[in-house]
Design a protein around this ligand. Structure first.
Ligand code: COA
Length: 314
Protein backbone atom coordinates (compact mmCIF):
# COMPACT_ATOMS: atom_id res chain seq x y z
CA UNK A 1 0.00 0.00 0.00
CA UNK A 2 1.26 3.52 -0.83
CA UNK A 3 2.15 5.31 2.39
CA UNK A 4 -0.27 8.06 3.34
CA UNK A 5 0.91 11.50 4.41
CA UNK A 6 -0.70 14.75 5.38
CA UNK A 7 0.02 17.78 3.23
CA UNK A 8 -0.44 21.34 4.25
CA UNK A 9 -2.87 22.82 1.72
CA UNK A 10 -3.65 26.25 3.10
CA UNK A 11 -2.89 28.68 5.92
CA UNK A 12 -4.80 31.57 7.47
CA UNK A 13 -4.54 33.91 10.42
CA UNK A 14 -6.22 36.77 12.21
CA UNK A 15 -5.00 39.54 14.51
CA UNK A 16 -7.43 41.84 16.34
CA UNK A 17 -7.64 45.44 15.20
CA UNK A 18 -6.37 47.10 18.38
CA UNK A 19 -2.58 47.42 18.56
CA UNK A 20 -0.99 47.93 21.97
CA UNK A 21 2.51 49.41 21.68
CA UNK A 22 5.32 49.34 24.22
CA UNK A 23 4.97 53.04 24.97
CA UNK A 24 1.36 52.61 25.97
CA UNK A 25 2.30 49.74 28.33
CA UNK A 26 5.03 51.89 29.89
CA UNK A 27 2.38 54.42 30.88
CA UNK A 28 0.86 51.76 33.12
CA UNK A 29 3.85 49.81 34.51
CA UNK A 30 7.48 50.75 35.15
CA UNK A 31 9.10 49.71 31.86
CA UNK A 32 10.22 51.21 28.56
CA UNK A 33 10.18 50.52 24.85
CA UNK A 34 14.00 50.18 24.89
CA UNK A 35 13.93 47.55 27.68
CA UNK A 36 11.16 45.50 26.06
CA UNK A 37 12.73 45.57 22.59
CA UNK A 38 16.22 44.73 23.91
CA UNK A 39 15.07 41.80 26.11
CA UNK A 40 12.30 40.37 23.95
CA UNK A 41 12.25 41.89 20.44
CA UNK A 42 8.55 42.77 20.94
CA UNK A 43 7.37 46.21 19.76
CA UNK A 44 3.60 45.76 19.86
CA UNK A 45 0.86 43.19 20.34
CA UNK A 46 -2.78 42.95 19.26
CA UNK A 47 -5.54 42.96 21.86
CA UNK A 48 -9.01 41.51 21.23
CA UNK A 49 -12.04 43.68 21.90
CA UNK A 50 -14.00 42.95 25.09
CA UNK A 51 -16.75 41.23 23.09
CA UNK A 52 -14.35 39.43 20.73
CA UNK A 53 -13.81 35.81 21.77
CA UNK A 54 -11.45 33.06 20.64
CA UNK A 55 -14.24 31.56 18.52
CA UNK A 56 -14.56 34.86 16.61
CA UNK A 57 -10.80 34.99 15.96
CA UNK A 58 -10.59 31.27 15.11
CA UNK A 59 -13.44 31.59 12.61
CA UNK A 60 -11.69 34.26 10.54
CA UNK A 61 -8.34 32.41 10.57
CA UNK A 62 -10.06 29.12 9.64
CA UNK A 63 -12.05 30.70 6.80
CA UNK A 64 -8.86 32.21 5.38
CA UNK A 65 -7.07 28.83 5.58
CA UNK A 66 -9.99 27.04 3.90
CA UNK A 67 -10.06 29.66 1.16
CA UNK A 68 -6.30 29.29 0.60
CA UNK A 69 -6.74 25.52 0.41
CA UNK A 70 -9.72 25.84 -1.96
CA UNK A 71 -11.72 23.57 0.35
CA UNK A 72 -15.31 23.94 1.54
CA UNK A 73 -15.90 23.66 5.29
CA UNK A 74 -18.23 20.72 4.83
CA UNK A 75 -15.36 18.69 3.35
CA UNK A 76 -13.56 18.71 6.72
CA UNK A 77 -13.78 15.54 8.74
CA UNK A 78 -11.57 16.66 11.64
CA UNK A 79 -11.27 19.96 13.53
CA UNK A 80 -8.63 20.31 16.26
CA UNK A 81 -8.30 23.58 18.16
CA UNK A 82 -5.35 24.32 20.42
CA UNK A 83 -6.20 26.95 23.03
CA UNK A 84 -5.51 27.74 26.66
CA UNK A 85 -8.05 30.54 26.78
CA UNK A 86 -11.40 29.12 25.60
CA UNK A 87 -14.41 31.45 25.80
CA UNK A 88 -16.33 28.88 27.81
CA UNK A 89 -15.56 25.61 29.59
CA UNK A 90 -17.80 23.69 27.21
CA UNK A 91 -18.76 23.11 24.44
CA UNK A 92 -15.23 23.01 23.12
CA UNK A 93 -13.97 25.87 20.95
CA UNK A 94 -13.69 23.30 18.15
CA UNK A 95 -17.44 22.53 18.29
CA UNK A 96 -18.35 26.22 18.42
CA UNK A 97 -16.03 26.84 15.47
CA UNK A 98 -17.51 23.91 13.55
CA UNK A 99 -20.96 25.45 13.86
CA UNK A 100 -19.71 28.89 12.73
CA UNK A 101 -18.03 27.33 9.70
CA UNK A 102 -21.18 25.42 8.76
CA UNK A 103 -19.63 21.98 9.02
CA UNK A 104 -21.61 19.05 10.38
CA UNK A 105 -20.38 15.70 11.53
CA UNK A 106 -16.60 16.18 11.59
CA UNK A 107 -14.85 15.04 14.76
CA UNK A 108 -14.08 18.24 16.71
CA UNK A 109 -12.14 18.71 19.93
CA UNK A 110 -9.83 21.08 21.80
CA UNK A 111 -6.33 20.33 22.90
CA UNK A 112 -4.39 22.12 25.62
CA UNK A 113 -0.60 22.26 25.58
CA UNK A 114 -0.24 26.04 26.13
CA UNK A 115 2.36 27.54 23.74
CA UNK A 116 3.11 24.11 22.23
CA UNK A 117 -0.60 23.58 21.54
CA UNK A 118 -0.45 24.10 17.79
CA UNK A 119 2.41 21.60 17.35
CA UNK A 120 0.51 19.07 19.50
CA UNK A 121 -2.64 19.66 17.42
CA UNK A 122 -0.74 19.39 14.13
CA UNK A 123 0.88 16.13 15.25
CA UNK A 124 -2.52 14.76 16.32
CA UNK A 125 -4.19 15.66 13.02
CA UNK A 126 -1.23 14.20 11.12
CA UNK A 127 -1.67 10.90 12.95
CA UNK A 128 -5.42 10.87 12.21
CA UNK A 129 -4.72 11.36 8.51
CA UNK A 130 -1.89 8.84 8.30
CA UNK A 131 -4.01 6.18 9.98
CA UNK A 132 -6.90 6.98 7.60
CA UNK A 133 -9.05 8.44 10.40
CA UNK A 134 -9.52 11.67 8.44
CA UNK A 135 -8.94 13.04 4.92
CA UNK A 136 -9.22 16.78 5.49
CA UNK A 137 -8.33 18.33 8.83
CA UNK A 138 -8.47 21.90 10.13
CA UNK A 139 -5.88 22.69 12.80
CA UNK A 140 -6.21 25.97 14.68
CA UNK A 141 -4.17 27.74 17.36
CA UNK A 142 -6.05 30.60 18.99
CA UNK A 143 -5.61 32.64 22.17
CA UNK A 144 -7.02 35.58 24.06
CA UNK A 145 -3.99 35.90 26.34
CA UNK A 146 -5.04 39.44 27.37
CA UNK A 147 -7.73 37.79 29.51
CA UNK A 148 -5.22 35.90 31.69
CA UNK A 149 -2.41 38.49 31.81
CA UNK A 150 -1.84 40.50 34.99
CA UNK A 151 -1.64 43.99 33.51
CA UNK A 152 0.15 45.25 36.64
CA UNK A 153 3.00 42.71 36.38
CA UNK A 154 5.69 44.28 34.18
CA UNK A 155 7.64 41.03 33.86
CA UNK A 156 4.78 39.26 32.04
CA UNK A 157 2.29 41.80 30.64
CA UNK A 158 4.82 43.01 28.06
CA UNK A 159 5.06 39.56 26.47
CA UNK A 160 1.63 38.40 25.40
CA UNK A 161 -1.03 39.21 22.78
CA UNK A 162 -4.17 37.83 21.12
CA UNK A 163 -4.80 36.23 17.73
CA UNK A 164 -5.41 33.06 15.72
CA UNK A 165 -3.71 30.95 13.08
CA UNK A 166 -4.99 27.95 11.13
CA UNK A 167 -3.90 25.34 8.61
CA UNK A 168 -5.73 22.81 6.44
CA UNK A 169 -4.17 19.36 6.10
CA UNK A 170 -5.24 16.83 3.48
CA UNK A 171 -4.34 13.19 2.89
CA UNK A 172 -1.81 12.68 0.11
CA UNK A 173 0.52 10.05 -1.26
CA UNK A 174 3.33 12.67 -1.06
CA UNK A 175 4.72 14.30 2.08
CA UNK A 176 3.76 16.72 3.56
CA UNK A 177 4.59 16.36 7.16
CA UNK A 178 7.74 14.25 7.47
CA UNK A 179 7.83 13.86 11.24
CA UNK A 180 6.48 15.31 14.47
CA UNK A 181 8.04 15.17 17.94
CA UNK A 182 6.23 15.87 21.21
CA UNK A 183 7.49 16.06 24.80
CA UNK A 184 6.41 17.23 28.23
CA UNK A 185 7.83 17.41 31.74
CA UNK A 186 5.23 18.25 34.37
CA UNK A 187 7.83 18.74 37.12
CA UNK A 188 8.20 22.35 35.98
CA UNK A 189 4.50 23.20 36.22
CA UNK A 190 4.95 26.03 38.71
CA UNK A 191 7.48 27.99 36.64
CA UNK A 192 4.76 29.07 34.20
CA UNK A 193 1.12 28.69 35.18
CA UNK A 194 -2.23 30.16 36.01
CA UNK A 195 -2.43 28.97 39.66
CA UNK A 196 -5.66 27.18 40.58
CA UNK A 197 -6.86 29.99 42.83
CA UNK A 198 -5.90 32.78 40.44
CA UNK A 199 -7.17 34.27 37.19
CA UNK A 200 -3.84 35.45 35.81
CA UNK A 201 -0.59 33.83 34.79
CA UNK A 202 2.63 33.81 36.79
CA UNK A 203 6.07 33.09 35.38
CA UNK A 204 9.66 32.77 36.54
CA UNK A 205 10.91 34.34 33.32
CA UNK A 206 14.59 33.68 33.68
CA UNK A 207 14.20 29.95 34.46
CA UNK A 208 11.66 29.58 31.63
CA UNK A 209 14.05 31.30 29.25
CA UNK A 210 16.92 28.91 30.07
CA UNK A 211 14.73 25.80 29.77
CA UNK A 212 13.26 27.01 26.48
CA UNK A 213 16.69 27.56 24.94
CA UNK A 214 17.93 24.15 26.12
CA UNK A 215 14.91 22.03 25.13
CA UNK A 216 14.38 23.75 21.78
CA UNK A 217 18.06 23.16 20.99
CA UNK A 218 17.54 19.47 21.80
CA UNK A 219 14.32 19.04 19.84
CA UNK A 220 15.65 20.54 16.64
CA UNK A 221 18.56 18.06 16.82
CA UNK A 222 16.10 15.21 17.51
CA UNK A 223 14.08 16.25 14.44
CA UNK A 224 17.13 16.42 12.19
CA UNK A 225 18.39 13.03 13.41
CA UNK A 226 14.99 11.37 12.86
CA UNK A 227 15.07 12.49 9.22
CA UNK A 228 18.77 11.93 8.54
CA UNK A 229 19.24 15.67 7.94
CA UNK A 230 21.68 18.34 9.06
CA UNK A 231 21.06 21.97 9.97
CA UNK A 232 22.08 23.08 6.49
CA UNK A 233 19.21 21.02 4.99
CA UNK A 234 16.61 23.19 6.72
CA UNK A 235 15.36 25.97 4.46
CA UNK A 236 13.16 27.73 7.02
CA UNK A 237 12.82 27.69 10.77
CA UNK A 238 9.28 28.64 11.82
CA UNK A 239 9.65 28.97 15.58
CA UNK A 240 7.30 29.73 18.43
CA UNK A 241 7.19 33.51 18.66
CA UNK A 242 7.90 34.24 22.33
CA UNK A 243 11.18 36.12 22.51
CA UNK A 244 13.62 37.02 19.72
CA UNK A 245 16.58 35.97 21.90
CA UNK A 246 15.17 32.42 22.28
CA UNK A 247 14.60 32.29 18.51
CA UNK A 248 18.15 33.50 17.79
CA UNK A 249 19.61 30.88 20.15
CA UNK A 250 17.78 28.06 18.35
CA UNK A 251 18.77 29.37 14.91
CA UNK A 252 22.38 29.54 16.04
CA UNK A 253 22.29 25.90 17.22
CA UNK A 254 20.97 24.92 13.78
CA UNK A 255 23.60 27.05 12.05
CA UNK A 256 20.82 28.96 10.26
CA UNK A 257 21.20 32.65 9.38
CA UNK A 258 18.30 34.82 10.62
CA UNK A 259 17.22 35.43 6.98
CA UNK A 260 16.05 31.79 7.06
CA UNK A 261 14.01 32.26 10.22
CA UNK A 262 10.43 33.50 10.20
CA UNK A 263 10.07 36.15 12.90
CA UNK A 264 6.80 37.94 13.57
CA UNK A 265 7.21 38.33 17.34
CA UNK A 266 7.97 42.07 17.00
CA UNK A 267 4.44 42.93 15.96
CA UNK A 268 2.31 40.39 17.83
CA UNK A 269 4.31 39.18 20.83
CA UNK A 270 3.69 35.75 22.29
CA UNK A 271 0.24 34.56 21.20
CA UNK A 272 0.80 31.14 22.81
CA UNK A 273 -0.78 28.38 20.65
CA UNK A 274 -1.39 30.87 17.81
CA UNK A 275 2.24 31.99 17.50
CA UNK A 276 3.51 29.28 15.13
CA UNK A 277 0.56 29.35 12.69
CA UNK A 278 0.62 33.18 12.72
CA UNK A 279 4.28 33.10 11.66
CA UNK A 280 3.64 30.33 9.14
CA UNK A 281 0.77 32.22 7.49
CA UNK A 282 2.70 35.49 7.44
CA UNK A 283 5.61 33.90 5.55
CA UNK A 284 3.33 31.80 3.31
CA UNK A 285 1.43 34.90 2.19
CA UNK A 286 4.69 36.74 1.52
CA UNK A 287 5.55 33.73 -0.68
CA UNK A 288 8.77 33.05 1.21
CA UNK A 289 8.51 29.27 0.85
CA UNK A 290 9.30 27.35 -2.36
CA UNK A 291 7.91 23.90 -3.29
CA UNK A 292 10.07 21.14 -1.86
CA UNK A 293 11.68 23.30 0.83
CA UNK A 294 12.09 21.89 4.34
CA UNK A 295 10.32 23.83 7.09
CA UNK A 296 11.10 23.12 10.74
CA UNK A 297 8.38 24.21 13.17
CA UNK A 298 9.04 24.23 16.92
CA UNK A 299 7.48 25.47 20.15
CA UNK A 300 7.96 25.44 23.91
CA UNK A 301 5.45 26.31 26.61
CA UNK A 302 3.85 25.83 30.01
CA UNK A 303 3.78 22.33 31.39
CA UNK A 304 6.53 22.31 30.35
CA UNK A 305 5.64 21.07 26.89
CA UNK A 306 7.70 21.24 23.74
CA UNK A 307 7.48 19.87 20.23
CA UNK A 308 8.47 20.16 16.58
CA UNK A 309 7.32 19.26 13.10
CA UNK A 310 9.34 18.89 9.93
CA UNK A 311 7.46 19.39 6.69
CA UNK A 312 8.06 19.70 3.00
CA UNK A 313 6.33 22.71 1.49
CA UNK A 314 3.51 22.11 -0.99
N1 COA B 1 10.81 46.46 32.32
C1 COA B 1 11.89 46.82 33.02
N2 COA B 1 12.50 45.97 33.88
C2 COA B 1 11.96 44.74 34.02
C3 COA B 1 10.84 44.31 33.31
C4 COA B 1 10.24 45.24 32.44
N3 COA B 1 9.15 44.94 31.70
N4 COA B 1 10.56 43.04 33.65
C5 COA B 1 11.48 42.66 34.54
N5 COA B 1 12.34 43.69 34.77
C6 COA B 1 13.49 43.74 35.66
C7 COA B 1 13.40 42.74 36.79
O1 COA B 1 12.61 43.27 37.84
C8 COA B 1 14.84 42.59 37.17
O2 COA B 1 15.20 43.69 38.00
P1 COA B 1 16.23 43.49 39.23
O3 COA B 1 17.52 43.01 38.57
O4 COA B 1 16.31 44.84 39.79
O5 COA B 1 15.60 42.46 40.10
C9 COA B 1 15.59 42.75 35.85
O6 COA B 1 14.66 43.37 34.95
C10 COA B 1 16.05 41.44 35.24
O7 COA B 1 14.98 40.51 35.32
P2 COA B 1 15.05 39.12 34.64
O8 COA B 1 13.75 38.40 34.83
O9 COA B 1 16.32 38.42 35.04
O10 COA B 1 15.19 39.59 33.11
P3 COA B 1 15.40 38.75 31.82
O11 COA B 1 16.56 39.22 31.07
O12 COA B 1 15.30 37.28 32.11
O13 COA B 1 14.14 39.16 30.95
C11 COA B 1 12.04 38.17 30.35
C12 COA B 1 12.84 38.90 31.43
C13 COA B 1 10.63 37.89 30.91
C14 COA B 1 11.93 39.08 29.14
C15 COA B 1 12.78 36.88 29.98
O14 COA B 1 13.10 36.17 31.14
C16 COA B 1 11.97 35.99 29.11
O15 COA B 1 11.64 36.34 27.99
N6 COA B 1 11.68 34.75 29.57
C17 COA B 1 10.98 33.78 28.80
C18 COA B 1 9.56 34.18 28.73
C19 COA B 1 8.80 33.36 27.79
O16 COA B 1 9.13 33.32 26.64
N7 COA B 1 7.75 32.72 28.28
C20 COA B 1 6.86 31.99 27.52
C21 COA B 1 7.49 30.73 27.07
S1 COA B 1 6.40 29.94 26.03
Amino acid sequence: MTPLYSRLCGTGSYLPERVLGNDEISQRVDTSDEWIVARTGIRSRHIAAADEGVVDMATVAAQRALEAAGLAADALDLIVVATTTPDQIFPSTACLLQSRLGNRGAAAFDLQAVCTGFIYALATADRFIRSQGARHALVVGVEKMSRIVDWDDRSTCILFGDGAGAVVLSASSKPGILSTHLHADGRYADLLQVPAAADTLTMQGNAVFRMAVRTLGEIVQETLAANGLEGKDIDWLVPHQANIRIIQATAEKLGLPMERVVTTVAHHGNVSAASVPLALDDAARRQCFRPGQHLLLEAFGGGFTWGSALLRWL
